[in-house]
Design a protein around this ligand. Structure first.
Ligand SMILES: C[S@@+](CC[C@H](N)C(=O)[O-])C[C@H]1O[C@@H](n2cnc3c(N)ncnc32)[C@H](O)[C@@H]1O
Length: 242
């Protein structure tokens, strides 16, 4: 599955203006290629080590730089309200779960799943589960114990490097997430999901526009500019005609 966490191995240092919300000086770290490291691993590692959001996540105790995407989106769209019941799909390593937990507070509830293992996040009910497994919907409904206020999906399958294939894989996950959201959201609820530029397929977009009062696409600053990802924020769920 996708590389969503932060990592570390160091080589050289150089100055420069940073971003990532604090204006800190940016370290320019180079990683040497070795017989056990491919060029793509070297480039990924270099990008992680030079990424101000990775450094900020480490400093502020978030499991992933992805946490800042949710923080930014929620600061603007206010989907995570105190006391809310939230489902986090594709939660590992846990940045979004941490943010959701902080924002819904002690009276809220956060249920999270991932196909990978995830270390416990205090106050988050996590289960390792493939969301596309036919048994997943019933398991999730039991875990939620009632209608959800928010369904989050940051699910991403491993990139193959083939643009069309990657697009189809991520859209299959979003479609399934949206379908499930329609089953579990209470009226007024919200669905926030990662999609791929190119964009939300017509059918999915039509469905979201029919079932939610507002549907927007957003590209948070923490989402890398060279990444085709963006997020769809659908709020004001209407009770669907079943
Ligand atoms: C970008 S990462 C999520 C990062 C997370 N939001 C955070 O803040 O730490 C995408 C996650 O989707 C998960 N994923 C991909 N396919 C999945 C599936 N079928 N079921 C559950 N999780 C899946 C991956 O294992 C990966 O951990």
């Amino acid at each position: 599955m996708g590389r969503c966490g932060s990592g570390g191995i160091v080589s050289t240092v150089r100055g420069g203006a940073g971003k990532g919300g604090r204006g800190e000086r940016e370290l320019k770290v180079r990683v040497k290629t070795g017989k056990n490291r491919s060029l793509s691993s070297k480039l990924w590692l270099e990008r992680q080590l030079n990424d101000p959001y990775v450094a900020r996540a480490k400093r502020e105790g978030y499991r992933s730089r992805a946490a800042y995407k949710l923080i930014e989106i929620d600061d603007k769209h206010h989907v995570l309200k105190a006391g809310a019941r939230v489902l986090d799909l594709g939660a590992a390593p846990g940045g979004w779960s941490q943010v959701a937990r902080q924002r819904v507070g002690g009276k809220g509830r956060v249920v999270a799943i991932d196909i990978l293992e995830m270390d416990d996040v205090a106050g988050v009910d996590f289960t390792q589960l493939d969301f596309l497994d036919p048994a997943a919907p019933d398991k999730l409904k039991a875990m939620l114990g009632g209608p959800a206020d928010v369904v989050l999906s940051d699910m991403a399958a491993n990139a193959t490097g083939h643009r069309q294939t990657d697009h189809l894989k991520i859209m299959a996950l979003v479609d399934a997430g949206a379908e499930f959201a329609r089953e579990v959201l209470r009226p007024g609820g919200a669905f926030l999901a990662k999609v791929i530029q190119g964009g939300t397929e017509n059918e999915l977009l039509a469905m979201l526009k029919r079932d939610f009062t507002s549907v927007k696409h957003v590209k948070p600053a923490a989402s890398r500019a060279d990444s085709a990802e963006l997020y769809v924020v659908a709020t004001g769920f209407r009770q669907p005609m079943r």
